[in-house]
Design a protein around this ligand. Structure first.
Ligand SMILES: NC(=O)c1ccc[n+]([C@@H]2O[C@H](COP(=O)([O-])OP(=O)(O)OC[C@H]3O[C@@H](n4cnc5c(N)ncnc54)[C@H](OP(=O)(O)O)[C@@H]3O)[C@@H](O)[C@H]2O)c1
Length: 285
């Protein structure tokens, strides 16, 4: 059952328990889970992905370059309509014909006839961006992709890409964002926030470094994370993910090969750090 709370937020509720908060993707009116399932270097098979979907993490991030589109396809088989699939074309396939072919191959591997969000993985100046965006627009025209996103683009690159896309907005930018790497806060995050462009925070656990167990706390930063973990009864990883999603337009896509850690990561949603806890983290990191 969905409860719509102002414009960008909704919460999936199950048996009286909040499980997963939703956020609007760009200005599309479409709501996506604020915690998704990342699949770079993913080797967990279908079970962690299926468990994540069951817990409301109905957003899955993959890429042609990850070689995980086939396992994602397997995991969503039978529940495709419930899942929002984000995949990416590699930076070396940005020529018009190559991009269309990459999309066709992704569709085949995913076992679906549409991609929810098709993202350009990395900018690549070898290929004229005008041609790349023409191909992206064509995919939407043909119903093969619903929305267009980018990844690892700076503001100038986003603006240039958008200028060649007449009929569709760029709805998202997937970039590295975690407590240890806050560089997007300088300009990209506010730029996207002002325009309601969704940030997909990748590596939200800093590759697991922010989810270390209390015995391994060896810095002021990690001590703050540990303190807040103790106060809230949440794990350090959950605090790190919730900190990312406390930003209005940010969703996070942690990756885990294990069912147990996927459950833990999903349960980073459905509650909020207090403003005081967020500012303590902001000051420490
Ligand atoms: N667009 C891009 O250029 C780009 C770049 C990098 C990543 N991404 C996307 O972002 C996703 C996530 O980023 P990431 O994989 O780099 O890093 P991450 O999610 O920050 O960290 C993944 C690492 O943390 C461990 N981990 C996960 N949950 C944990 C938990 N609750 N407690 C302890 N350890 C935990 C994982 O181990 P186990 O698997 O063994 O649990 C894995 O070693 C990727 O899978 C991909 O979809 C995109």
């Amino acid at each position: 059952m969905f409860y719509v709370i102002p414009r960008t937020f909704a919460i999936i509720r199950s048996k009286g328990k909040y499980l997963m908060e939703l956020k609007e993707l760009g200005r599309t009116g479409v709501k996506i889970a604020e915690i998704g399932l990342g699949t770079w270097r993913y080797k967990g098979g279908v079970e962690p992905l299926r468990k994540g979907i069951e817990l409301g993490a109905t957003l899955i991030d993959t890429a042609e370059g990850y070689y995980t589109e086939d396992v994602v396809g397997e995991a969503v088989s039978g529940v495709r309509e419930k899942v929002f699939i984000a995949t990416k074309v590699s930076g070396r396939h940005l020529a018009y014909d190559d991009l269309l072919q990459s999309a066709e191959e992704s569709l085949y591997k995913l076992g679906t006839d549409y991609i929810d969000l098709y993202q350009i993985h990395w900018p690549n100046y070898t290929y004229p961006i005008r041609e790349t965006m023409r191909a992206m627009g064509e995919l939407v025209d043909r119903g093969l992709a619903r929305f267009i996103g980018v990844s690892n683009f700076d503001i100038d690159e986003m603006e240039e890409a958008q200028s060649f896309l007449n009929n569709y907005p760029i709805v998202s930018n997937q970039v590295r964002y975690n407590l240890n790497d806050r560089s997007i806060e300088r300009d990209l995050l506010p730029y996207c926030e002002e325009r309601d462009i969704t940030i997909f925070a990748y590596t939200p656990l800093d590759d697991g470094n922010l989810a270390k167990k209390p015995g391994l706390i060896n810095s002021n930063r990690m001590r703050t994370l540990d303190e807040i973990s103790q106060e809230t009864g949440k794990t350090m990883g959950q605090i790190a993910i919730n900190w990312c999603t406390s930003r209005k337009n940010v969703v996070a896509i942690p990756k885990s090969n294990s069912v147990e850690r996927t459950i833990e990561n999903c349960k980073s949603s459905g509650w909020r750090l207090t403003a005081e806890q967020i500012s303590r983290l902001d000051e420490s990191f």
